[in-house]
Design a protein around this ligand. Structure first.
Ligand code: KG4
Ligand code: ZN
Length: 347
């Protein structure tokens, strides 16, 4: 008897992680992620070097994902890939690889929007490895998602897996950039977000005060905060060159607390305005321990049901591309082989 299960291989290559995942009927069987250390010495992602690293990584990463899922190419029903947004050279490596596989295997292609996939990471039932997880409660529709990554900051209303609206977005820097640029000003290496998180754990978040911008509606702005941090560091180091080293944990904790309060105050506004009780966070910055804790605490005060993806599905990963591809497969939303990657795309 022919099997009715759907096995999808997904590729993510939008920035500096090469990732491949295999999912069967919405359950993630493998999620392999290869990072790119080459960018550290440059203080940011160098697009040309990212494309080259994707070229080197993609075959071993796909191979490892298939092996871990105990799966062969001939058992796949579709290939999903990140179409947009991202670095065009990086996206092209993943998209061309996905198109070639779909052509060679004569199976459908699923073009996935990276930001939509970050939101749907909240619908993945449990981590891809380790002990079989207890079934996790998943958000009900409609839910709100605060998506915070290196390039985007959005409040999204998700009505169904493929029906989402952006209710608010950043007018300048993204939340991840606010973390990374602050870290750079403090002399920390790229990407600075996880380091600020690490130092902040030992620091006093009330020690230094940074401004909260007054932006109407549900939009965000982080450029004023960046300027305030720049002047703060310049003023203090002019008086005491050892100021940063002596106060690093408190500075990191104070910066993190302000970024988190900017994000969560807007999310609270969106939740109160819509009355939607299921709230999620997603994207690389949702790995931040201060944000996770404050989000849960605000949820408890406001009476929300709060959802946070496992760590491996917060930063860039192919599992979220696979789950989004799965919903597209069920909806028959296939992409032609003539489709192309794009650095920017509305959705
Ligand atoms: O979603 P993501 O992996 O890639 C993009 O789509 O941009 O997000 C990367 C961003 C970077 O800015 C990185 O510094 C930030 O997520 N990030 C964090 C943490 N982990 C990653 N920011 C603060 N705290 C963290 N623990
Ligand atoms: Zn991302």
């Amino acid at each position: 008897m022919e099997s009715t299960s759907v096995t999808i291989l997904a590729i993510e290559s939008s920035c500096d992680e090469t990732s491949c995942a295999v999912c069967r009927d919405g359950v993630i069987l493998s999620n392999i992620i290869a990072g790119q250390a080459v960018h550290e010495q440059y203080g940011g992602v160098v697009p040309e070097l990212a494309s080259r690293a994707h070229m080197q990584n993609i075959v071993p990463v796909v191979d490892a994902a298939l092996k871990k899922a105990d799966c062969t190419l001939s058992s796949l029903q579709a290939i999903a890939f990140t179409q947009s947004p991202g670095l065009i050279g990086s996206l092209l490596v993943g998209s061309q690889f996905a198109k070639s596989l779909a052509l060679a295997l004569d199976i459908p292609l699923l073009a996935v929007h990276h930001m939509q996939a970050h939101v749907l990471a909240n619908l993945i039932p449990g981590p891809s490895s380790g002990p079989v997880p207890e079934p996790q409660p998943l958000p009900s529709f409609p839910f709100l998602c605060l998506t915070v990554s290196g390039g985007h900051t959005q409040i999204v209303r998700c009505n169904s897996p493929l029906d989402m609206e952006v209710m608010g977005t950043t007018l300048d820097d993204a939340a991840g950039e606010a973390f990374d640029k602050s870290a750079k000003l403090l002399g920390l290496p790229y990407p600075g977000g996880p380091l600020i998180d690490q130092y902040a754990r030992e620091g006093d978040p009330t020690r230094f005060s940074f401004p909260e911008p007054q932006i109407p509606g549900l939009n965000f702005s982080f450029s004023g905060l960046k300027t305030a941090i720049l002047y703060f560091i310049q003023d203090h180091t002019a008086k005491d060159p050892g100021f940063i080293a002596a106060n690093l944990a408190d500075i990191c904790a104070s910066i993190q607390a302000r970024i988190v309060s900017i994000l969560l105050n807007k999310l609270k506004k969106a939740a109160r305005e819509t009355g939607i009780p299921d709230l999620c966070i997603a994207g690389g910055v949702s790995a931040n321990s201060g944000l996770r804790k404050a989000f849960r605490a605000m949820g408890a005060r406001e009476g929300w049901n709060t959802f946070i993806p496992p760590f491996e599905y917060c930063t860039d990963n192919a599992a979220m591309i696979a789950i989004t591809g799965y919903f597209k497969y069920l909806a028959g939303d296939f992409a032609p082989l003539t489709t192309s990657a794009s650095a920017r795309m509305e959705w």
